[in-house]
Design a protein around this ligand. Sequence first.
Ligand code: MG
Ligand code: MG
Ligand code: ZN
Length: 383
Amino acid sequence: MMTTRPNNGLLPIKQSLIALLFIAAACNKPSQSLPPQPVSQPVKLERPAQPAKNIVLMIGDGMGLSQISAGMIRNNNTLFLEQFPVVGLHKAYSSDNLITDSAAGATAFATGIKTYNGAIGVTADQNPAPTILEQAEERGMATGMVVTSTVVHATPAAFIAHVKDRNMYENIALGFLQTEIDLVIGGGSKYFNRRSDQRNIYGLLQEKGYYVSDFSIEPLTDIALDFTKNLAYFTSESDPPTVQQGRDYLVPASQLACNFLSRRSDKGFFLMIEGAQIDWAGHANNTSYMVSEMIEFDKAIGEVLKYAKEDGNTLIIVTGDHETGGFSINQGSTRDSIVAGYTTDYHTGTLIPVFAYGPGASLFSGIYENNSIYDRMCAAMGW
Ligand code: MG
Ligand code: MG
Ligand code: ZN
């Protein structure tokens, strides 16, 4: 680039010092290492004429556009996601890193606040931030979570717990005693009944009136549902298996959750469903693993869509927290086999798609910050 440089580019010493002082004053933080601060003006969100009674937030962990594309290609060029009339994009970065992790990503969705990587339901200053699930409970709505990780893993944890570090699993499990969540289905029973502090959280949940069960007692689909009790069902001791290893509960559990929660309160429900292992496959750069998890997640989307179409009062939002793997579909790919490229075994910083269906869906068009998804969900319910 051509520029005029008086004094051969050298400033007189005094001016240099002033310039340095100015730079030092302007930068009380090392700004190069921090992500960009939100620059968009706060948007005045219109409350829809018909508010959503129920919200189902479906999070594909690590699900960017190329993961969705690969699932579509390998599923005869079609996904249930195509039935969503509204599409938007969110900016996924966290408060301390341009590349978010799942803890900060889920905390942004759950609380409306951008926080640091690793944070679970706490602000950047490590103060607890109320979550949309807790607020829905306070308003008398029914609440639930269905996940394909453990229920104490970062994404579900951010909706129910408030701890400074995502790895505090036994601590996060105690969050399930704080909020009367109506339904929880996912892995990780060992954090509840085989704890290092010997506390039996199964028993404590039962004392609170929960029906507590797990994979070692009965299959989920054998449970005779008791709509007068909250339900906690654990699908595995630690991480649930993959779809390829035979895990198959996400689709029936998503259907069960909608039906169960709709009977738990006449004030509506908030349900979070996570396809957790799209991310794990991305970390492993394992394309067939990722595609099978993606297609199963889409089948769960189809099940929830079926419910929402019959119900008419349910808003579904499908998004990812970030992309994982820098995954691309390269030249030589066919419908039958994808020639994959990966740039990393971690997350990337690309924009993430948001799909919305139902009352208030139009609130989710456009480009906005990830934490704005919380504000838009609140607006959709008329809060
Ligand atoms: Mg996750
Ligand atoms: Mg409840
Ligand atoms: Zn990840």
